[in-house]
Design a protein around this ligand. Sequence first.
Ligand SMILES: NC(=O)c1ccc[n+]([C@@H]2O[C@H](COP(=O)([O-])OP(=O)(O)OC[C@H]3O[C@@H](n4cnc5c(N)ncnc54)[C@H](OP(=O)(O)O)[C@@H]3O)[C@@H](O)[C@H]2O)c1
Length: 242
Amino acid sequence: MNKTALITGASKRIGKSIAEYLAGKGWNIIVHYNSSKKLADEFVRLLCSKYPNQNFYLVTANLNDMDEVVALIPNVISEFGEFQLLVNNASIFNAAYLKETSLELFNNQINVNLKAPFILIRDFANHCKSGNIINLVDTRVTTNKSNFAAYSISKKALWELTKMAALEFAPEIRVNAIAPGVTLPPNDKDDKYLLDLAENIPMKKPGGVKPILKSINYILNNNHLTGQLLFVDGGENLGQNA
Ligand SMILES: NC(=O)c1ccc[n+]([C@@H]2O[C@H](COP(=O)([O-])OP(=O)(O)OC[C@H]3O[C@@H](n4cnc5c(N)ncnc54)[C@H](OP(=O)(O)O)[C@@H]3O)[C@@H](O)[C@H]2O)c1
């Protein structure tokens, strides 16, 4: 029987690439979306036509609304049954130094990037009982740069949560994290923005999604790996050599 993965924020960009990649490996996919209904519908239709012997489902939840977060996994299980992989990919990325961070911005960042994964991790462990959890964090977890202060704190905490969950849920569930660096430009920026950023990292070029997909594959196929963080950041976490 094919295994099933729930991927949050899977209608576009990195989440979509992870979903396409896993579908290509025979997984059934539960595509979660919030505002991108049209993209998510089209994506699921495409997956269904490309892989007619697998199952593809759509589920929506605003991860900034805790009632919807708490209902998400119980609803998924009652509609589609248990699943074996949870990928916490959905995220918001708002720039603001500490001094400029409003309570609203802080709450949004923490809700979507930390509280929601916390509840989904808890519910996956309670309802599905075995499998894998992969959390998308960020190479920023290694720095104290505060230009995205609330975002960075949310991802630092998600990495700590990864280790805590790995310890509590072993050996039935493995919990690991992936830390991308310069990967895709934010929606409001172009490739030039990304190339300029990449000038400052050891590997001197943006990574794109492939290194993330290779890390997903590595985590899923290494059954002794838990509580680990795979950096796919072109060495950015090492700092600068001058
Ligand atoms: N892109 C990069 O270069 C980069 C670098 C480092 C780390 N990362 C991490 O990698 C992951 C994917 O990055 P990305 O750039 O592909 O992400 P993204 O496009 O910024 O966001 C992914 C998805 O998150 C969902 N989302 C946002 N707010 C939500 C909410 N309130 N409720 C439910 N879903 C919500 C959105 O779904 P809808 O569109 O349906 O609303 C969106 O499609 C993130 O965790 C990010 O922090 C990315």
